[in-house]
Design a protein around this ligand. Sequence first.
Ligand code: UN1
Length: 508
Amino acid sequence: MDHNALLDVLDRFEMRGVHSGAAGSSWLKASGKIIDSVDPTTGQVLAQIQLAGPEEYEKVVAEAHEAFLEWRMIPAPKRGEIIDEVTQALREHKEDLGLLISLEAGKIRSEGLGEVQEAIDIGAFSVGLSRQLYGLSMHSERPEHRMFEQWHPLGAVGVITSFNFPIAVWAWNAMIAAVAGDSVVWKPSSKTPLCAIATHKVADKVMQKHGWGGLFGLLIGDRHGVGGPMVDDVRLPLISATGSTEMGRSVGVGVAKRFGRSLLELGGNNAVIVDQTADQNLALSGVLFGAVGTAGQRCTSTRRLFLHESIADSFIARLTGAYKSLRIGDPLLDSTLVGPLIDEGSVKDYERAIRLATEQGGEVLVGGKRIDGPGSFVEPALVRVPSDIPITKEETFAPILYVSTFKTLSEAIFRQNDVPQGLSSAIFSDSVRASENFLSAKGSDCGIANVNVGTSGAEIGGAFGGEKETGGGRESGSDSWKIYMRRQTNTVNWSTQMPLAQGVKFDL
Ligand code: UN1
């Protein structure tokens, strides 16, 4: 597959040249600065995007708010029917959207397609959900009274997404928000603007057809023009933000100041424990995909590996062999397993972490260098560490795996939890006792804990997110929809009396 020949995907989405980064009910003339969308494989500029400025911000948010006021009164199953069509449109564009993810985010072909599939899956989930936004009913303590709760739409939802899942994480939020009766204002990463523009075009075409242009707004901009104003804007009762812990801290504090809700999905520092009973073939593939898949640029990527001392040497030998045979290169080639990092900043972060790990006593077993030539390529690194040295407590968004040994399961669990982040975790074990210990209240402290399944690649059906500096939010499946709605408790008195709760008397 010739990399350059694939650039005509940009024509299919009409994205050559300079493109505006602001869309409400129609594309707006943007007034901010112009940025480049860069192909991380070649360093070539794919297109340019003019960022949204304050005027476009105002227009898009006002339109989303107006659209919400109408959309909230459409019955949820009818909203679901429209989202069903959006999902179908994503299916029809799966190839092209997947290609674009490979071009702009550098994911290998199968992961680019997998990400679009994840967006399709959450669409299908949301359609079903549109008939299941259930509230409970309670038995009132007063005679002839009825108590129940209902879930109402919340408002326009601000969605801030990161470069590493440039389409799926928008879909996690937007599909559920839409069936819940909310509108959406999307601020994508300015590292992957084309993925956002194309996705917006696909979804918006369906929305326009039904007269709902403006329900999904798009604002590609910086912190000054878009991010900051979103955080402060009371017309956005929920801000759902994915990205670094540093970003999440400022979003969380800012939104809390105005008593808004935030849904934060921030950094992870995910570990795998392999015990002495583990099926080592399973463990090897789970660790390999977790650590080097997506070039280590998932929130869920495996960053730490704890091996039982009795199996450590043989496992490390096999893992080292696997690392040596990784095919690194153009993500569009079918044979490639590891694509580039997103940009030079990420390469620098990788180099810094390798340097610090070495200074702190780690030994690089394989990889550890940037690869010369065009593009932001590095060799996935396996670093043996003598203990939990400081660098192992940080999330570096790159393929670096810190390996160490343990003697007892409780030691391994303690060390796994002994980091500021709490997103994903896994144990490879054939022992029921060890696995259940790992999943118990005194086990993993993460939002995701797996047995014989790696740390990354979660399905959409479960709630996704984590504890501590990961931010505490849950999005995607299970009952994550509740944060996109407001709960109302209702009591109806159908008697001819006015009894008070708790037996209080207040008669004249
Ligand atoms: C992310 O990296 O922000 O579980 C999301 C996974 C994917 C989602 C990752 N389904 O790895």
